[in-house]
Write a protein that binds this ligand. Structure first.
Ligand code: ADP
Length: 399
């Protein structure tokens, strides 16, 4: 003990001297670089970016105020000499250390955009863009990395807000267009009905009366169909529960064709129905599937000029039932094909046809068929007609 004391005192003196020299050196360095001691530190602490320097072993040599804030630390001394893994969660530390290694090994700088970091203290999400460059000494050796990270959370929030605003504007615009179209489409049959009513009141000629009663009837059905489509869409939106039962699609299609006979006859179409003798059974919500198939067949009739041919083919295979509806109508261009299953989409040429829909039929059909684990495909050439094919999982007869 007695002998050790002078050594201890010597060591302490040497340490104190070394510390003083380091302080003097730091001051001299700062002075040489900026003319005023301590100014460098003040400057980097006031910069609105995070600046940090780590040595080859990943230990912090320097971290400015903003860099300390990323790590939820408020004093520089608590960071210098520590590794990222001592301060940050393991996943972030692993990421940052891997980047450091890349810069140290390649000697080249690294750019990283849009890193999301959860603040270790506040739990807030912060976004950073980071640049890391090699720290090179006078001998040209890479002795560490210098990192600069910019907080981009604010500009990201602004960008996000802009995206939301654009989407909101699009929704409003779509609603406005829909109200325009719907008012027009609902008005057309009503106008025709009121004209027919006026004729019925004034003209007692039996043939005229008969014709206008038929117009009234057909326009009223059309109006009901439009309103039904609207109702179906809003029900699908509310994810209405579906009731599955075994359905023979051959029988369902025959019923649909019977209902559409007047329209087919009025347009002078030939309607061919081809089905195998065996049942084509699927598990389906009858009302929904009927509406879907009705929309496809109605379109074939509507978008085919008078005197066309509509062929409906039902093919049951072991795994599925295929329903193909082929028409000889106006067809659909590739550009239009990309949109026909969207709500309220109507090709320009469709707008000019006599019986306008609201552009909901195929959107409803698509959703309904998806709910039934099936799919719908379309093949078409403008002027050459179209084929809509529905594939549905088949149920075995015994099931
Ligand atoms: P709409 O109420 O207009 O019939 P749909 O959703 O049923 O709405 O169809 C969307 C659009 O797809 C139609 O407006 C039309 O342009 C096009 N379309 C659908 N079926 C056919 C078809 N068989 N032939 C040509 N175009 C079709």
């Amino acid at each position: 003990m007695v002998e050790e004391e002078p050594i201890h005192a010597d060591l302490q003196a040497a340490l104190a001297e070394a510390q003083q020299r380091i302080t003097d050196l730091e001051a001299a360095l700062a002075e040489r670089q900026l003319g005023q001691p301590g100014l460098l530190r003040t400057v980097i602490d006031n910069l609105p970016v995070s600046i940090y320097v780590r040595d080859r072993e990943g230990r912090f040599m320097l971290a400015n105020a903003s860099a300390l804030d990323i790590m939820g630390v408020d004093e520089s001394q608590l960071v210098v000499g520590k590794k990222v893994s001592d301060l940050m969660p393991a996943d972030i530390a692993a990421r940052w250390e891997a980047e450091d290694r890349q810069v140290l090994e390649t000697g080249r700088s690294l750019e990283k955009e849009g890193e999301m970091v959860t603040h270790p203290v506040t739990g807030e999400t912060v976004w950073y863009d980071t640049t890391k460059v090699p720290l090179v000494d006078e001998a040209g050796q890479v002795i560490g990395i210098i990192g600069i990270s910019r907080d981009t959370s604010l500009s990201r929030a602004v960008e996000q807000r802009e995206v939301e605003l654009t989407m909101a504007r699009e929704r409003v615009e779509m609603l406005r267009r829909f109200i325009d179209d719907a008012s027009h489409d609902l008005r057309t049959p009503l106008t025709s009905m009121s004209l027919s009513l006026a004729v019925l009141q004034r003209n007692p000629d039996p043939a005229t009366q008969q014709r206008h009663r038929a117009i009234l009837q057909s326009q009223m059905e059309h109006l009901l169909q439009l309103l039904d489509d609207l109702l179906s869409t809003s029900r699908l939106d509310r994810r209405m529960t579906i009731e599955l039962r075994q359905v023979d699609v051959r029988v369902m299609l025959q019923g649909i064709l019977l209902e559409l006979r007047t329209l087919a006859e009025r347009k002078g179409h030939a309607v061919l129905f081809e089905a195998a003798g065996e049942p084509a059974l699927v598990l389906a919500d009858e009302a929904h599937l009927r509406r879907a198939l009705m929309a496809i067949v109605t379109n074939a009739l509507n978008y085919t000029p008078n005197g066309g041919t509509i062929t409906i083919r039902v093919t049951p295979t072991p795994g599925q039932v295929t329903i193909a509806v082929t028409d000889t109508g106006i067809g659909i261009s590739p550009a239009e094909r990309a949109h026909i299953f969207e709500r309220f989409y109507r090709a320009d040429r469709a707008r000019n046809t006599e019986r306008g829909g609201l552009g909901l039929g195929l959107a409803i059909a698509h959703e309904v068929i998806e709910v039934h684990s099936g799919r719908i495909e379309v093949e078409s050439e403008p002027g050459q007609g179209s084929t809509f094919t529905v594939f549905l999982p088949r149920v075995n007869k015994t099931a």
